[in-house]
Design a protein around this ligand. Structure first.
Ligand code: CAA
Length: 248
């Protein structure tokens, strides 16, 4: 907690579409929000825009793919602001293509950014959470980790792996006041989804019973809900938020 008795929430990959909405919602709901970024120029501009809209967000640089970089960033945050109470593992990329065409680099980039990052970040905050007997870890996975998606062996493997991590860590820290949950968004109106070729995207939207893409604010509300003190009995869960695209 920070000096104003606000819980500190760290969002990785915060300057993207989903991350921005999460930061705004967490701020609105009373958290001291810390945004992790890799691109300094973009982050500084982003912080200014957020402040102009009334959202005062701290920004901290670090590469989620690099364990030592995350260790240093977490130490820096804790020494400057206070202990990290909520970690949202949100950083993620796509490198889509059929496996028969996929390069080794595209495989590793996605596994590093989307899955190894979860270890790199969580491992560097878990000791403090255990000591303080409080923590909220929220892993942002995907409908495509639950069901698979043509052209995404790397992404689907990483996103499915995130929930495996969630389930096991949830058991390990259940008695210590720490909850660990997964959110699996479907197709949300972000740059990542808009980068899918239009024709392919139209076919995907046609498979969504609600007939539309999700809004970033819809995912952000769920993040803030799971970050709250009130959700202390929810752990190891995987929340689908996909407009009915995948029900099971
Ligand atoms: N099912 C079956 N066959 C499919 C297919 C599908 N969904 N999509 C493509 N194909 C077939 C084509 O019909 C074509 O077959 P023929 O050669 O027999 O005509 C063949 O695959 C084309 O293969 P290529 O490798 O040449 O395809 P491509 O270069 O045109 O692109 C792709 C393939 C990159 C996978 C492209 O289809 C694509 O971008 N798909 C969307 C992937 C996607 O949904 N990504 C989500 C990104 S957003 C995100 O990930 C956020 C989140 O969490 C939801």
């Amino acid at each position: 907690m920070d000096i104003q008795n606000k819980r500190i929430a760290l969002v990785t990959g915060a300057t993207g579409g989903l991350g921005t909405a999460m930061c705004k919602q967490l701020f609105t709901d009373g958290f001291h929000v810390v945004a992790n970024y890799r691109n300094k120029e973009k982050a500084v501009e982003w912080q200014k825009t957020m402040a102009a809209e009334g959202f005062n967000i701290e920004i901290f640089e670090g590469d989620v793919c690099d364990f030592d970089s995350m260790a240093n960033m977490m130490k820096d945050i804790e020494s400057k602001l206070g202990s990290i109470d909520v970690l949202v593992n949100n950083a993620g990329i796509t490198r889509d293509g059929r496996l028969a065409k996929m390069s080794k680099d595209d495989w590793h980039a996605v596994i590093d950014t989307n899955l190894n990052s979860v270890f790199n970040c969580t491992r560097n905050v878990i000791d403090g959470m255990i000591e303080r007997k409080f923590g909220r870890i929220i892993n942002i996975s995907s409908v495509n980790g639950q069901r698979g998606q043509f052209g995404q062996t790397n992404y689907s493997a990483a996103k499915a792996g995130m929930h495996g991590f969630t389930k096991t860590l949830a058991m390990e820290v259940a008695k210590l006041g720490i909850t660990v949950n997964t959110i699996s968004p479907g197709y949300i109106a972000t740059d990542m989804v808009m980068a899918v070729p239009e024709k392919v995207r139209e076919q995907i939207v046609a498979q969504i019973p609600m007939g539309r893409l999700g809004g970033t604010h819809e995912v952000a509300h769920l993040v803030s809900f799971l970050a709250s003190d009130a959700t202390s009995f929810i752990t190891g869960a995987n929340y689908s938020i996909n407009g009915g695209q995948h029900v099971y």
